[in-house]
Design a protein around this ligand. Structure first.
Ligand SMILES: [Zn+2]
Length: 515
């Protein structure tokens, strides 16, 4: 997470349509053996390639193992008409348009598009920073002042306020997200039109109605009386801020431990909105709660965790970045026990995993070592789908395979007895198809003709598997700017040129890792 104190504060779910037989409870084995041959007792296998059984118009009927909100449908179907899901069931054939849309047997696992609750996309062309000598830090302020850190991020840092750094950096981060089944990212992104395409940016250009989120990357202990008043005005406004996303207590230092109390209105220093919590309360006669999203939240005490629960505040967990920088992470087991709404995100490539799928695998490995039995593939999938949607305030539109939701869908070309492992086990080569608003942005090259959003998509080699990826002229892009027609190759060469200015052209972080 960007120690950037200079970054500006952003200044403002039941069963699918039941006519299909629900096959088995959520944690049941799948019986997809038919597709991929005998399934291993544990783990997953790559599934046979998808088949386009009929080319149609106006949408798609996808077959596969369907991860519906309250059940795993196997076999299952998802019907998409235009940009909307109109059926999720074992059999959607009786539904309107089911016989006119394109019919695809994915032979895979069909999930809502994944939601990354915490990223800093603009940095995601940089490789990991490894302090030399290796060391741990007390909090984010400590390494942010480390000259070696500053040198490492200089290719971005020196141009952080300029579009010619932000746009290609963020695009590279979004492309990597897309290739790993992620369709929405909360990423502290600047409000620039070049970001208004490709994956949804939960903090600005999400394409799902008005912007309801404010973010603040600076220390919450710097919030003054005037800051608090402005925020609370927005909380109770007719078109309110419904999500206030902050970096909360990243690290285990005393400084980090004071942050929660400060945000909760218990900061004894003057001009620090003493007595006025930004978590929940009453302002101008209006009650407010369920607005605050607390990224990291590592050293929260039991009573502070209870206050998070009581105020309806939410958490975003970033285990890999925490463990790499501090050797510890949030009390995630207790947070789950308390029923908190928890999202997940890799933070950034500088200290976290490179993508959300890798982050989920990191979390599973960590939980295995720590004996955190609450952390399972299914629980992580929920953090990255419907809980993630709630965290970013877009759960009315995305995060579930449910009738009426926008068709943000990721198909994973893996099958296993534990259906959610098909997601957490997947790499970019396994990501079979990614739809945003029912249009294909990434997937197996064999699906390009029938699913791609436009005819300007490019071939991409995902570790030996041919894929298509769409960037040029994709919806959202303001056609006026030259960036509307830029390709993946254009973005790549722009970033290499930026890094070359520092003699580090060979350091561009690849979009996919093949090892
Ligand atoms: Zn961060």
């Amino acid at each position: 997470m960007d120690g950037g104190v200079d970054a500006p504060a952003d200044s403002g779910m039941d069963d699918a349509s039941a006519d299909g037989a629900v096959d088995g409870a959520m944690d049941a084995d799948t019986d997809a053996a038919t597709d991929a041959g005998p399934l291993p007792d544990s783990g997953t296998v790559a599934s046979p390639a998808a088949e386009v059984l009929r080319t149609g118009t106006g949408g798609f009927l996808l077959r596969g193992v369907v991860l519906a909100p309250d059940a795993v449908l196997d076999p299952g179907e998802v019907l998409i008409v235009g940009d909307t899901i109109t059926c999720v069931a074992a059999d959607c054939s009786a539904e309107p348009s089911a016989d006119s849309v394109t019919l695809i047997d994915t032979h895979g696992t069909i999930s809502p598009g994944l939601i990354d609750g915490h990223n800093h996309l603009t940095y995601d062309f940089l490789p990991e920073w490894v302090p030399d000598p290796a060391r741990l830090f007390d909090d984010r302020y400590q390494w942010a002042d480390d000259p070696a850190y500053e040198a490492h991020i200089a290719p971005f840092g020196d141009g952080r306020s300029r579009g010619d750094h932000i746009c290609p950096g963020a695009k590279w981060g979004e492309l990597r997200s897309l290739m790993h089944g992620t369709t929405t990212v909360q990423g502290q992104s600047r409000n620039l039109s070049c970001l208004n395409r490709l994956v949804r940016n939960a903090d600005h250009h999400h394409g799902l109605g008005r912007d309801q989120m404010q973010t603040n990357i600076a220390s919450v202990r710097d919030l003054t009386d005037a800051d608090a008043t402005r925020l609370l005005d927005n909380y109770i406004d007719a078109t309110p801020t419904t999500r206030y996303v902050v970096h909360m207590a990243e690290g285990l230092s005393d400084k980090a431990r004071l942050e929660f109390a400060s945000l909760a209105g218990r900061d004894p220093r003057s001009n620090r909105h003493m007595g006025q919590s930004l978590l929940a309360g009453n302002y101008m006669g209006v009650d407010y709660s369920g607005v605050a999203v607390l990224i990291h939240s590592m050293p929260l005490t039991e009573s502070e965790l209870m206050e998070v629960a009581d105020t309806g505040s939410m958490i975003v967990w970033s285990p890999s970045s925490n463990i790499v920088l501090y050797g510890a992470t949030a009390p995630i087991g207790r947070m789950i026990e308390l029923g908190l709404t928890i999202g997940i995100g890799p933070d950034w490539t500088v200290s976290g995993e490179d993508d959300l799928l890798s982050e989920m695998r990191f979390a599973l490995d960590w939980a295995g070592i720590e004996g955190e039995t609450e952390i399972t593939p299914q629980r992580l999938w929920e953090m990255a789908t419907f809980d993630g949607a709630t965290v970013v305030g877009l759960d009315a539109f995305i995060g579930k395979l449910e009738v009426g939701m926008r068709a943000d869908i990721s198909v994973f070309g893996r099958l296993g007895r534990a259906p959610f492992e098909a997601v957490t086990d997947s790499r970019a080569a396994d990501v079979r198809l990614v739809l945003i608003d029912g249009q294909g942005y990434y997937g197996d090259s064999a699906l390009e003709d029938t699913t791609a959003v436009n005819r300007d998509c490019e071939m991409f080699d995902a570790c030996g598997t041919d894929k298509f990826v769409c960037l040029a002229n994709t919806p959202g892009a303001t056609t006026s700017t030259a960036r509307a027609s830029e390709t993946v190759v254009d973005v790549e060469s722009e970033l290499v040129a930026i890094l070359d200015d520092y003699g580090r052209g060979s350091e561009l972080l690849p979009l996919v890792a093949c090892d």
